[in-house]
Design a protein around this ligand. Structure first.
Ligand SMILES: [Ca+2]
Length: 472
């Protein structure tokens, strides 16, 4: 089912384009800075099948034949979801899975080992306490994370979009379980951490994960429109934009109060509901890109900068490395390993390539020292990277240690293998409409949220070989 009316979609995609696209992909995709990428592919997803032949040119990486043929199957045939975007587990739990629905609800799937897993409502943000939920374009309920002490603290964190007095905001909030129901969070007891005005409904990031250090990592986009129109990406003194943030929701001793920001919530004493880890990379920063910055205005929450729209990211459970998919503008998609204080180049670069349509064009500062993505691919292979996960399960020994991710548009399900010569990409299968990946907490199987179909898929060995991706 399309997630918004086709007529509205057509009105957006009929804008003139400068470039041509493969026949299966609408010409508008090059202009998607004006198009909600999730919406458009939910509408397109029914037009693809895993056995189709791509008419585009082969991708710019070797088309290798996996040692086994893979496909995706419906993980929960009896369960339907409403635009799923994230698949989340709670620490230490094997029998519950949480599915974040962009349209306002978080569903809990229980009884994973049983013959018929059940779905029930975990948290309903359809009508948030402080405003109106916004679900258009790339807005909605976008991320969920449980802290390491969830079993004791019974709290979770959610990132979502809402309008307050008609104005769009992105919000990070804490929720608690209801006292009498371990399977339900209490929407009425919401405690916002911050609420940031957002100039456009796209490029919101919105993924949440606790790292191995117990801190909460948050992905944020550049605000939106296109070409870094609002000029947020090149600075660390504006809002919560264009990077990965790291905060301490436990307010451990020695950590710091955040610098003032009008969107940060405070308790009656004036204290924020989180702290900034004292060793965050921009604590005490006096320069950025070689230019002086006001220490009191630095968003010390930054862990890494220079990302356009890091829609989905994950931690490798074995190594703790942080992998992110950063959605590109018109030409390149990229996968990054995010490191402390790393600058990933936007909006001076798109992938490893100079970006000359941004607000900083022709004025790249001498202090600009970006980190290359581990992999980027051109729009001949895809148009919207969906960051995935490192496979650490037992079912598929040939995939162990590989990073598995997808392209939302062409549906390529790809792997990245680390070699002495660098990262090598392979194509596993094809599934358009995937908007997020996660794990089955029982066995580490990779799960895929297909926003167009409203289904959770599972990677499996497939037959026959004709179901694999072919190029001509
Ligand atoms: Ca935005």
């Amino acid at each position: 089912m399309p997630i918004f009316p086709v007529a509205r979609w057509r009105s957006r995609v009929d804008r003139p384009c400068m470039l041509k696209r493969p026949s299966l992909v609408p010409a508008c995709l090059d202009c998607r800075r004006w198009i909600p990428f999730l919406g458009i592919f939910a509408a397109l997803a029914p037009h693809f099948s895993s056995a189709e032949t791509l008419t585009s040119a082969p991708p710019p990486f070797a088309q290798t034949t996996p040692s086994a043929v893979y496909t995706l199957e419906d993980a929960f045939p009896a369960l339907q979801f409403d635009q799923p975007v994230a698949i989340v587990s709670a620490p230490g739990e094997k029998q519950r899975l949480f599915i974040v629905e962009k349209t306002g609800r978080i569903q809990l799937v229980s009884g994973l080992d049983g013959p018929s897993p059940q779905k029930q409502l975990f948290l309903d943000l359809s009508n948030p306490r402080d405003g109106k939920l916004e679900t258009s374009s790339e807005c909605g309920v976008l991320g969920l994370a449980f802290p390491p002490d969830f079993a004791k603290s019974k709290r979770c964190f959610v990132y979502y979009s809402l309008r307050i007095d008609g104005k769009l905001n992105q919000r990070l909030s804490q929720f608690l379980l209801k006292s009498n129901d371990p399977n339900r969070a209490d929407a009425a007891g919401e405690q916002p951490l911050w609420t940031q005005p957002d100039p456009a409904d796209n490029h919101n990031g919105g993924d949440l994960h606790f790292g191995p250090d117990g801190y909460l990592y948050i992905s944020v986009g550049d605000g939106g429109a296109g070409d870094d129109h609002f000029d947020n990406a090149r600075f660390i003194t504006k809002g919560f934009f264009a990077g990965i943030l790291r905060i301490d929701v436990d307010k451990r001793p020695g950590n710091l109060s955040p610098n003032p920001h009008p969107g940060i919530a405070h308790d009656p004493s004036g204290a924020a509901f989180y702290a900034v880890p004292a060793d965050n990379p921009f604590v005490g920063a006096t320069t950025y890109h070689g230019s002086p910055v006001d220490q009191d205005a630095v968003r010390t929450e930054y862990w890494a900068t220079g990302l356009r729209n890091p829609w989905r990211f994950s931690f490798d459970p074995a190594t703790g490395r942080l992998f992110a998919g950063d959605v590109g503008q018109n030409t390149y998609e990229e996968v990054d390993i995010i490191t402390k204080g790393g600058d990933y180049g936007w909006s001076y670069r798109e992938g490893t390539h100079p970006f000359t349509n941004g607000p900083g064009r022709d004025r790249v500062p001498s202090g600009f020292k970006p980190i290359d993505p581990i992999f980027d691919y051109s729009h001949s292979a895809g148009i919207c990277v969906i960051g995935g996960v490192v496979y650490r399960g037992q079912s598929f020994p040939d995939l162990r240690g590989l990073y598995i991710f997808t392209d939302f548009g062409t549906g390529l399900v790809m792997t990245l293998r680390e070699t002495k010569a660098g990262w090598v990409a392979e194509t596993l299968t094809r599934e358009p409409g995937v908007s997020g990946l996660g794990y089955d907490p029982r066995n580490g199987d990779v799960l895929f949220a297909n926003i167009g179909q409203g289904k959770i898929k599972r990677l499996k060995h497939g037959e026959p070989p004709s179901a694999s991706v072919r190029y001509r």
